[in-house]
Design a binder for this molecule. Structure first.
Ligand code: ATP
Ligand code: MG
Length: 897
């Protein structure tokens, strides 16, 4: 066997099929783009479904992929196998080769055999095979063509060896390849054992032969409705994790280099010895499996949530966290384990590395959410179980309450209940869940309502019952980021919801709020609203009508109620990033005016936690020198640590003092001003946004781009604080990496690149010269023995890798040497054929170069022409050069007559 790393196993598969003229296609997203009925891609053929159905055409007929798959629902649900089973995962990679009406059974089988036995070097006597019961064709290929002993080929029924896309449509027999885990048991009853689906064998590869079109459902597979497909196809799938376990000689997929780094990372966090780890192998494996799924799901944009695909992402994270508690991990740890996944898989799936921070943040946030709710759920579950007789069954309604109000996923409830020797009434759970879906969907039955009007009604009612003053909600974004408040109303799209539970989206109206509402480019805050026994995670804040502020979010715990006392808290780290960028924007504005002129007027702005974007009136590109000066000035103001002051005053006073107002913006009579003074007034703007208290809070200011938005408007983007530092670190890393590659240091890397460029251009010149010398020698050798055709001296030459310039030189040499004669030369260059003919002046009347070329160029798939003494042509087919040159001899012979 040839030992390979998992990355090498994947690459060897793809390389092998590329060599067999397959197109390497990247894995599609886990979220199927073309099939809303399917939760996740669960095999390699999903992205090619429409090609197989003839609805889509590609410019290739053979493809190979390593496809990201998830099997957690529907026909393929392997969730509960994970952990105990050494070979099943929720997330795994499926290696596959596909033929779209190109090759069929014979090649598919030969490819598989050659790859397994030659590329991976698996011993032939460890491989066994199945075919569909009546598929003599496949049976004969294995036995007669490949030469497998019939003792190792089993005919099997439709349950394992017949594949259908659906009840009707494409279908066909399959042939599976299995690995014999215990060959010492002897060969005699292999076929019998395969037919009995004995545990002795590990299925590694399934070859599906899409052979028929089924026109009517045929549950017993009589075959009477199957007609042959006009262009039969091949779809195969081999689990990467399984083939790696064989190539690396491991008995479980988890022992390979795909999983061990993840398991070791977890072990590093628990501090277990290897023996302790092995004694707890189920939690370690479940965590390793689920964290891979969570990383790949979030990378594909499936974020933890209550419904559909999102609920699967939530489930794998929460289940992993729960299994963590079984090995003593009670603090969030999955973000650290995610690093190991990104390291292991980021080489092939490079987007994981690009999005590493966002992925880890998402996972950790969900884990924290779960830890906050899990304790309550577990206590409640304990109480419920205590009331049951030993071995009793937990009510489905109760399990649903744990999920909907306490956030315990049903699979986690089920795990715990079963671990303690009880059961759950799953069908009652399903019924309760469906009932809830109908109830909470009921709000939508109200149909289209005018939302502005609905919010107005809410506001008026709150004013009428004196819950709100005439000014509406108390808006307090400039003070503490956490406040005590009271819930005045809960709405969904302005309407009152009938019931609320975990996962529901809701809008909260409070009597006062510390949350900032998007204005002046500064984005809204996010955060939480928390009562004693419930919590809502706030994702957005809006002011649908003047005086009313709604906090929009998802219930993550408990059942929110109007009238409850809550604590409303802004996500303070995010807010800190935002306000650094906001004050940074004011400094940028001032510095631009100082250096470009006072015509610089703000035309638009975005202030988010990630970056700031500032659009302004200016006609020409801001040069990089100007940008550097501006950036330096802003950083000087930051380092000088000036305070930021804000004052409320009349609009008139502010304007007369020279405050910058936005063109076209409406202001009230009194306005808020933001001032930064450095002895004089450095920046003075009308602004309702939130700012840092002194400039040094910004940390650092970095311009990352300058460009044009429209005529007369330029855009600058910049970073501040931690984001700017991360940006610099990344760039320095790249520089260090480049320097490392060039075996030098960052300081001298530029010098090294210049030297390398010189060397390269020198080498190119040298190659040019050597090529010419070589051509000269070749020419001289042939010039000794010219052919004579029709009484004329002729030189016919075929060359490789010779550019057209050299052919032209040769023509000159020929004329210099032969005085009277014809020179015909053909060459291939960059895989394209070239032909050139030249005729000495004395022969031009009889032998026109252009005429000769016209007759021979079509042979190489080209056309050409030229003057009577010199003509050239390009073409497509290099393999026909010799034919073209031979034809030149014939043409010259004919012209001589
Ligand atoms: P099994 O019977 O082992 O569950 P399967 O019949 O469901 O396999 P196929 O649907 O034919 O498998 O998928 C093709 C290949 O994908 C399998 O041969 C196996 O190598 C791999 N595979 C399938 N399911 C999983 C899984 N849950 N985890 C890892 N690999 C899998
Ligand atoms: Mg299966």
């Amino acid at each position: 066997m040839n030992f390979m790393t998992s990355a090498e196993v994947r690459q060897a598969f793809l390389d092998y099929f590329v060599e067999q003229k397959h197109k390497h296609v990247m894995s599609s997203s886990l979220v199927p783009g073309n099939d809303p009925t399917l939760l996740f891609a669960n095999s390699g053929m999903v992205q090619f479904k429409d090609v197989f159905l003839g609805l889509d055409k590609r410019d290739y007929k053979r493809a190979t992929t390593s496809q990201k798959c998830m099997r957690v629902s529907g026909k393929h649900n392997d969730l509960e196998n994970v952990g105990p089973s050494p070979r099943h995962h929720t997330f795994f990679e499926m290696l596959g080769n596909f033929s779209f009406g190109d090759y069929f059974k014979e090649y598919a089988i030969e490819f598989a055999w050659q790859l397994l036995t030659e590329v991976y070097g698996l011993p032939k006597d460890r491989l066994v095979f199945t075919v569909y019961q009546n598929d003599d064709e496949a049976y004969n290929i294995w036995v007669n063509k490949i030469g497998v002993d019939p003792k190792r080929v089993a005919r099997m029924g439709p349950k394992t060896n017949f594949w259908q896309m659906a009840e009707t449509g494409p279908c066909g027999p399959t042939s599976e390849i299995h690995w014999d885990k215990t060959p010492e048991l002897g060969e005699d009853s292999i076929v019998f054992m395969l037919q009995a689906e004995d545990d002795r064998f590990l299925e590694i590869w399934n070859l599906v032969f899409m052979q028929y079109n089924r026109t009517q459902a045929d549950p017993t597979h009589t075959g009477q409705y199957d007609s042959p497909l006009p262009a039969p196809g091949v779809d195969t799938g081999m689990g990467l994790e399984r083939i790696v376990s064989i190539v690396q000689g491991k008995s479980a997929n988890y022992d390979t280099d795909l999983f061990m780094p993840i398991i070791k990372k977890t072990q590093e966090i628990t501090g277990h010895t290897d023996a302790e780890r092995d004694a707890n192998y189920v939690p370690y494996r479940v965590i390793a499996d689920h964290i891979r799924a969570a990383v790949f799901l979030t990378a594909d944009g499936v974020l933890p949530g209550a419904k559909g695909r999102d609920s699967v992402c939530r489930l794998v994270i929460r289940r992993a966290a729960r299994f963590g508690t079984k090995i003593g991990l009670h603090e969030p740890f999955l973000g650290r384990v995610a690093d190991a996944v990104i390291d292991t898989m980021g080489g092939y799936y490079t987007d994981l590395k690009d999005r590493a921070d966002a992925i880890k943040k998402t996972i950790t946030r969900e884990e924290e959410r779960f830890r906050r709710t899990m304790d309550m759920g577990l206590v409640a579950l304990d109480e419920m179980l205590a009331q049951l007789p030993a071995g009793g069954t937990l009510d489905g309604e109760k399990a649903f309450y744990l999920k909907s109000t306490l956030g315990l996923p049903i699979q986690v409830t089920k795990d715990i209940v079963e671990e303690r020797g009880y059961g759950v009434d799953m069908s009652a759970f399903d019924t309760a869940e469906q009932e809830h879906a109908t109830v909470s969907g009921g709000g939508l039955a109200m149909g289209e309502i005018d939302m502005g009007e609905a919010y107005n009604a809410v506001l008026n009612q709150l004013k009428a019952e004196k819950s709100l003053s005439a000014n509406g909600v108390d808006y307090l974004p400039y003070g503490d980021m956490s406040l005590s408040a009271k819930v005045l109303a809960l709405t969904q799209n302005g309407a009152v919801p009938q019931s609320l539970s975990i996962g529901d989206k809701v809008e909260v109206v409070l009597n006062s709020t510390p949350f900032y509402v998007e204005a002046g480019g500064q984005v809204s805050d996010t955060g939480t609203i928390r009562a004693d026994n419930w919590e809502i995670e706030i994702e957005d804040v809006r002011r649908p009508v003047g005086g009313l502020i709604i906090h929009i979010g998802e219930v993550v715990q408990g059942a929110p109620k109007v009238g409850d006392a809550v604590s409303a808290s802004v996500d303070s780290l995010r807010r800190a990033d935002i306000i650094r960028n906001h004050t940074g924007t004011h400094l940028l504005h001032a510095a631009l005016r100082n250096h470009l002129g006072i015509h610089v007027q703000q035309r638009g702005s975005l202030v988010s936690p990630e970056r700031l974007r500032f659009d302004f009136a200016h006609d020409t590109r801001v040069t990089s020198d100007q940008l550097k000066t501006i950036e330096t000035e802003v950083n000087e103001i930051i380092l000088a640590n000036y305070p930021i002051k804000s004052e409320i005053k009349s609009l008139q006073q502010a304007k007369s003092e020279g405050a910058m107002a936005l063109f076209g913006e409406k202001y009230g009579d009194t306005v808020r001003t933001v001032i930064i003074e450095n002895g004089a007034r450095y920046s003075y703007e009308l602004c309702g946004g939130v700012h840092v208290s002194t400039t040094a809070d910004i940390g650092i200011f970095l311009i990352i781009s300058e460009g044009s938005v429209s005529a007369g408007v330029r855009r600058v983007e910049a970073l501040t604080g931690g984001v700017a530092i991360a940006y610099i670190q990344e760039k320095l890393d790249i520089l260090a990496h480049v320097a490392g590659q060039l075996q030098t240091t960052s300081e001298t890397v530029l010098q090294r690149v210049v030297t390398l460029q010189d060397e390269l251009s020198h080498s190119r010149k040298l190659i040019e010269k050597l090529r010419r010398d070589l051509a000269r020698q070749t020419f001289n050798r042939h010039a000794e023995s010219l052919e004579t055709i029709g009484g004329v001296s002729v030189m016919v030459l075929q060359l490789d890798d010779t550019p057209v310039e050299t052919l032209r030189d040769m023509s000159d040499w020929f004329k210099g040497k032969a005085k009277s004669g014809i020179f015909v030369v053909g060459s291939s260059f960059d895989d394209k054929p070239l032909l050139m003919v030249s005729v000495t002046d004395d022969l031009m009347k009889t032998f026109r170069a252009g005429d000769i070329i016209k007759q021979i160029a079509p042979i190489i798939g080209g056309g050409g022409g030229g003057r009577p003494n010199m003509a050239q042509a390009g073409g497509k087919d290099v393999t026909k050069l010799a034919d073209a040159l031979q034809q030149a001899r014939v043409v010259i012979g004919q012209m001589a007559k």
